[in-house]
Design a protein around this ligand. Sequence first.
Ligand code: MSP
Length: 647
Amino acid sequence: MNDRFYITTPIYYVNAEPHLGHAYSTVVADVQNRFHRLIGHETFFLTGTDEHGDKIVQAAQKMGLSPKEYTDIISDKFRKTWPLLNIHPDRFIRTTDPQHIKTVQMVLQKVYDQGDIEFREYEGLYCFGCERFLIERELEDGKCPDHKVEPTRLKEKNYFFLMSKYQQWLIDHIKANPEFIGPERYRNEVLSFLKDPLDDLCISRPVSRLTWGVPLPFDENFVTYVWFDALINYLSGLDFPDGENFMKFWPVANHVIAKDILKPHGIYWPIMLHAIGLEPYQALHVHGYWKIKEEKMSKSLGNIVRPGWLVENFGADATRYCLMREMSFGLDASFSYDSFVTRINADLANDLGNLFSRSVTMLHKFRKGVVPVERRLDGPQDELRKEFTALVTRWKELMEKFQAHNGMAELWRVLNLANKVIDQMAPWQLAKEEEKALLLDDVMYCLMEGLRLTAVLIWPVMPKSSEKMLESLGLSPDKELTPQGLSWGRLEGGEEVKKIPPLFPRIGPSKKEAKQAQKPKNAQKEKEKEKKMEKQAENEGKFINIDDFSRVELRVAEIVSAEKHPNADRLLKLTVKAPEERIIVSGIADHFSPDSLVGKKVVIVSNLKPVKLRGVTSQGMLLVAKDKAGLHLLEVSPDTESGAPIS
Ligand code: MSP
């Protein structure tokens, strides 16, 4: 059983294109996948896209495309991004795949038949960003901590998955299996969540409001919503229930996620699995957020970095290395161009790149480019031998625990030692003394064998550079990138080593900075002036971009009741259906009587930040036209559905 490994990433929403945050999770999964292959395991690596739900429909509408057309385009962008980073999953799953849909329906029917699903009315605080109801305790200043918006109060009849009856089972399972959720802080977070009684999970949406989902097999008026659909990808990706992959890999399922989706993965998912009658996954590995200047990188905050841009600037291997090294798994990290450049120049160009080219050059100078036999003599090079041998065990332990950042740090400690051994032993001096020939052999052997081992140890993180190093050493990657390749002493002596161009060229200042630096000073001043003028024009200008407009969400709303605001004469308090019920406070009391408004289908701005107006929270804005005669409602034909988006 332990000679297999199944690794997954979250399936990413297609309402945004891939960014560095997605790239990190996928690189982590790829590194783990490669590590397990390297130590001889049979592995399966799954990633993909999550394509159902409101957010996707809205994003498609904004682009004037059908959901299917839209999801095909964005899903393809994810699929094509991963090879740029040398990531090659075994399967790329889409929640719109017919086989996935069939699996979700089969699971739903089973859980329904055994009485774990109930139909009832629910009112709660719904975050459209998270696509789930939040509980008060999760809010920060009344807002969703991830999307920084106040959730909307929603009341709807829906199907609920009765999670609470499995709560104690989950607590016991987590306590009995310390490795089930890690790092430990996230395990504790889940356990602390489980101290309060669990709410049941709303798993449906009425078809009247949303058709872009998997139809419930037991009620055609509803589709299943978000988590029940998405989480099951981890099973359908293995061809559950009968597939060979399912039998082979489900017992060793390892999920990588960021902390944003800890609750669905740490609570809903194991309970769903238990209800289906399956063993829960083996382990959940949770990482922190990539931030830019203290803000989480996300499409909604508009501060994203594209993986393609990273690869263009730094190359695939260096990008992977920086991602792995700059974030301690589990904690947040900040991205900056400069920190990546510093990391690449120091660790890759200087420490590793230099050590490699220095050693190969010396081997050519003092031993005609041929690896000498190992002499096993005392001296600083013997320390190096011992350090490298001990390193492999430590590195393995760290990699197994998803601590590649520490695994790399340990390796770099030994690489620095190797650089010191060269300075200490000064091979160019040894080469001048006949009686030191065997010592020089041993020094050169230890350097070359250390570099061979290094090439194997960096393979999970930097596969291309690893293979280049091995080829330069005259070795076959197929033979070295194996469990046997991880032991000291594989070079036999006699291998012919080729000189190759620098593995990691130094990166100079960014192109932008370099251009600026070349310009004469007054040209820079001119530029600043120009910028200032542009800014002024922008502030004063009355034009907006199409992007600005597309951020405004307009919807049809039916006014179901209207009354005077209790604390303000000029305001009316309207209850509208759009299609969920919400309150809108509007300054139209001087123009309309409350009764004249009821039953009208009007236009509202539906994504305005809720505001309190004289003690009543208003969730949106009613649109009216104004002329000399006064105000006129913007009405739409009465057969338009409440909530229909206006594009
Ligand atoms: N579709 C759901 C996941 C369903 S899994 C059954 C979803 N999609 S998402 O597109 O929002 O992806 C969230 C995941 O993307 C995070 O859990 C993480 O893996 C990655 N990240 C997105 N932004 C990130 C950061 N700023 N930092 C680190 N990881 C980030 O949630």
